[in-house]
Design a protein around this ligand. Structure first.
Ligand code: NAP
Length: 234
């Protein structure tokens, strides 16, 4: 089957903001590929979405290159295109930890998901977007990755999101003459397993802000960083 509808891939779609992004993309009529590293959780998440929406499930650990190539092969065979990529999967492993104490393994594990995951996903799927002359990529980032908001502690997470922000700018510049847009979005402090119970923003509201940039038209921004749909400083 070759699809004429927008095909959207979401990483970390089984829970938190990623699940709500899938829900919102289904609501606006996309054909959603919900991916997760945990197959049981991912399939349960698909079951929670309405049965009359178009959602497919694929297992994907963003740190595993083999998973990424097999997803790419399946997407090409099944849809022949990918229009939207939301790099949402993330870990937050050094909450409150000093840069002088953080374990190097934690730094590596954090970069492996938050930076290299998105880097690999973009390099796997941008060539398909280029073939179709259309693409929208949203990197789910954080104010913790803004140089303008930088402070002490949480170095692994902060540095991983700075790297993700730089990737956004570098790719946006290289894609500036094509109809492929890539932006970073900080969802704010969101009530999820990562954000905790005190967080004021619902995952549904965060998802709407993120999906907004997945649906921008050819005149929309690229290489920018947003919160609450407004540009913020890198
Ligand atoms: P969450 O509830 O902890 O969910 C994180 C998601 O990432 C889960 O689906 C998790 O899968 C997935 N994930 C982790 N490592 C993965 C891997 N190697 N491969 C594939 N998926 C993986 O967090 P959240 O709050 O929804 O966060 C989503 C994004 O928003 C993250 O990028 C985060 O940095 C960003 N963000 C969140 C907040 C906040 O306040 N919550 C603020 C700013 C930015 P498993 O279920 O398998 O662990």
């Amino acid at each position: 089957m070759i699809s004429e509808r927008h095909v959207a891939i979401v990483t970390g779609g089984n829970r938190g903001i990623g699940f709500e992004i899938c829900k919102e993309l289904c609501r606006v009529g996309c054909l959603v590929v919900l991916t997760s590293r945990n197959e049981e959780g991912g399939r349960l998440a698909v079951d929670k979405l309405d049965h009359d929406v178009d959602v497919a499930y694929r297992r994907l650990d963003v740190t595993d290159s083999k998973d990424i190539s097999s997803l790419r092969d399946w997407i090409l065979e099944t849809f022949g295109r990918v229009d939207i990529l939301i790099n949402n999967a993330g870990v937050y492993l050094d909450e409150g930890v000093s840069v002088f104490d953080v374990d190097e393994k934690i730094m590596q594990d954090t970069l492996a998901v938050n930076f290299y995951g998105a880097f690999r996903m973009c390099r796997a799927f941008v060539p398909i977007m280029r073939q179709n002359g259309y693409g929208r990529i949203v990197n789910v980032s954080s104010g913790y990755g803004a140089i303008s908001e930088m402070s002490g502690y949480v170095a692994a997470y902060r540095i991983s999101k700075i790297a993700l922000n730089a990737l956004t700018l570098i790719m946006a510049d290289e894609l500036k003459d094509e109809n492929i847009k890539i932006n970073a979005v900080c969802p704010g402090w969101v009530h999820t397993d990562m954000g905790g119970d005190m967080a004021p923003i619902s995952p549904g509201r965060a998802a709407k802000d993120i999906v907004h940039f997945a649906l921008i038209d050819a005149k929309g921004p690229t290489g920018s960083f947003f919160r609450n749909k407004r540009p913020i400083q890198w």
